[in-house]
Design a protein around this ligand. Structure first.
Ligand SMILES: [Zn+2]
Ligand SMILES: [Zn+2]
Length: 333
């Protein structure tokens, strides 16, 4: 089979390797679609730690073609999305933190390839009504879903999302589903802003037109937002979220901020207004529940480009330039 190997920086090679075999407890999946993630972009830019050589790609869907010893043969032919790790359910991380931090996790292979292998548990069956291409959105969606579940929503208030990329759209949809009555999308690119309506946005804010804090107050009787989510990964936008929320408001940090970046906020203000800051990095415990959740969203137009396996480097560059919402790779055509 063909795989795309990353060698550090922006260097990749398309390699021919033997087809994988299903080891005990694992399955082989013929990959249908893999999403290009912001993390893939950051890895090639040296902004997210990763050690080459490596096969990247962690947002993949496909069909099980082979099962190893101990896995039910009836799973062959099953349409699945792949979680990047398995979980034991008994370690300290599983029982006190989240399944996605399992200390005994077994890994799924890199998915920029024609086939991938995964622990049987990590290949999650998708609903019949969800197509494989949209199912590849499960991993990014699960990170937003997990973050939205961390937030305390007690008075059906107003929420803000800064950043209308795929993660911002999902965060907005899940916060609304969690019970936030009205959601604002703040995003400078008109096309992305418009797409937020499809995900449930009630109000759209253009940061080039007006100040977000004033905008929120204008639409909320002079008060700030109950919840603000930063889904870009810029310290100054995290600070903006702190400014935008009302006393006892919560700030959800979904965007990946640069390693080593200090928090550019007034600590006295955080203390005085009793603001909560919440980091939200990964899939938590919700990966297996996510395909059914995204199946109920209108995902039309979210996939803005499809590339063949040999074009992974270009897809990563295009994705980094923010030319669309989500780019995907189709390794088997
Ligand atoms: Zn991802
Ligand atoms: Zn565990």
């Amino acid at each position: 089979m063909r795989i795309m190997t990353w060698h550090g920086g922006d260097k990749f090679t398309l390699d021919q390797v033997p087809d994988p075999v299903a080891r005990p407890g694992r399955v082989v999946v013929k990959v249908d679609t893999i999403g290009v993630c912001g993390t893939d972009v950051h890895i090639t830019q040296g902004l997210f730690p990763s050690t080459p050589p490596k096969v990247l790609g962690h947002e993949g869907s496909g069909v099980i073609v082979e099962v190893g010893e101990g896995v039910d043969k009836s799973r062959i032919g099953e349409r699945v999305v792949m979680n990047t790790t398995s979980h034991c359910g008994v370690c300290s991380a599983c029982t006190t933190w989240s399944e996605s931090r399992c200390e005994n996790a077994d890994l799924t292979s890199g998915m920029f390839a024609e086939y991938a292998t995964a622990p049987s548990q990590s290949a999650v069956k998708i609903p019949d009504t969800l197509d494989l291409e949209q199912a590849a959105l499960t991993e990014p969606a699960s990170c937003c879903f997990s973050g939205a579940e961390m937030v305390r929503i007690d008075d059906n208030g107003i929420g803000v999302v800064i950043g209308g990329g795929i993660m911002g759209l999902f965060t907005l949809a899940f916060l609304k589903r969690q019970g936030v009555e009205r959601m604002i999308m703040s995003e400078p690119v008109a096309a992305r802003r418009e797409m937020a309506t499809q995900f449930g946005a009630d109000l759209l804010h253009d940061p080039a037109e007006s100040d977000l804090t004033e905008f929120v107050k204008d639409h909320n009787g002079g008060y700030g937002a109950n919840i603000a989510a930063e889904v870009v990964g810029q310290p100054k936008l995290v600070a903006k979220c702190v400014e935008v929320v009302r006393p006892r408001g919560e700030v959800l940090m979904i965007g990946v901020n640069p390693e080593g970046a200090p928090l550019p906020v007034d600590m006295y203000d955080l203390h005085y207004r009793e603001i909560t800051l919440k980091g939200a990095f990964g899939r938590g415990d919700v990966f297996a529940r996510t395909p059914a959740e995204i199946d109920t969203l209108n995902l039309d137009g979210v996939i803005s480009g499809r590339y063949e396996l040999q074009d992974v480097p270009q897809a990563i560059v295009d994705s980094g330039e923010g030319k669309g919402v989500k780019f995907v790779i189709k390794p088997n055509g």
